[in-house]
Design a protein around this ligand. Structure first.
Ligand SMILES: [Zn+2]
Length: 193
């Protein structure tokens, strides 16, 4: 199954925020946490779809605090630990105060959305992140959440491909791995000559 566009957007934001706001490695490069003005800028970039939102430092800090717990769900999912992923997601639902609500779309149809304890930006998105993970796990699509399989990379991704065969955070990492395998084959062939 493919996620509906609302769930896909929530998961996309979860991926972008996790990759921007958790330290580690991105395609062999160290990722440092943004600080000062760079923090709300990184959050605004992660939340940009049709237009770039204005993000306050306070809202960015709320999301910075939530993101390591979102990352824990991706880590558990990638390790095949479904119970762990569910436990982390349930804890996120409670801590972000996520509550379901039906919202009417422009075409008059009603859709399930999740809101925070209030309609402020930071708490709203924190609840949205929890909701996206809940809806992915709740329809048995935990396998769509992954951590990059490339060497020296730990960035996360959501696999929205038809055959759910994705393994890497980016085409850059995919190409890195392909090039390394190619070099290894050439070296092995040269060794045989
Ligand atoms: Zn990667």
């Amino acid at each position: 199954m493919r996620f509906d566009s609302h769930v896909e957007r929530l998961l996309t934001v979860g991926v972008r925020l996790t990759n921007a706001l958790t330290p580690g490695l991105d395609g062999g490069h160290e990722v440092a946490l943004p600080s000062g003005r760079a923090l709300p800028d990184a959050v605004a970039a992660a939340l940009t779809f049709e237009r770039r939102p204005t993000v306050s430092t306070k809202d960015a800090e709320i999301l910075l605090e939530v993101v390591p717990r979102v990352r824990a769900v991706f880590d558990a999912a990638a390790a095949g630990d479904e119970a762990g992923a569910a436990r982390h997601t349930n804890a996120l639902l409670v801590s972000t105060g996520a509550r379901p609500q039906l919202n009417e779309s422009a075409d008059g149809t009603w859709h399930l959305h999740f809101h925070g304890p209030n309609d402020r930006f930071g708490p709203g998105w924190a609840a949205g992140l929890a909701a996206g993970l809940t809806m992915a796990l709740g329809v048995d699509e935990i396998g769509r959440l992954g951590v990059c399989a490339a060497d020296r990379c730990d960035r996360v991704y959501v696999d929205t491909s038809r055959n759910s065969g994705r393994q890497f955070c980016s085409t850059r990492c995919q190409n890195r791995v392909k090039a390394a395998a190619h070099r290894a084959r050439r070296a092995a062939a040269a060794g045989r000559e």
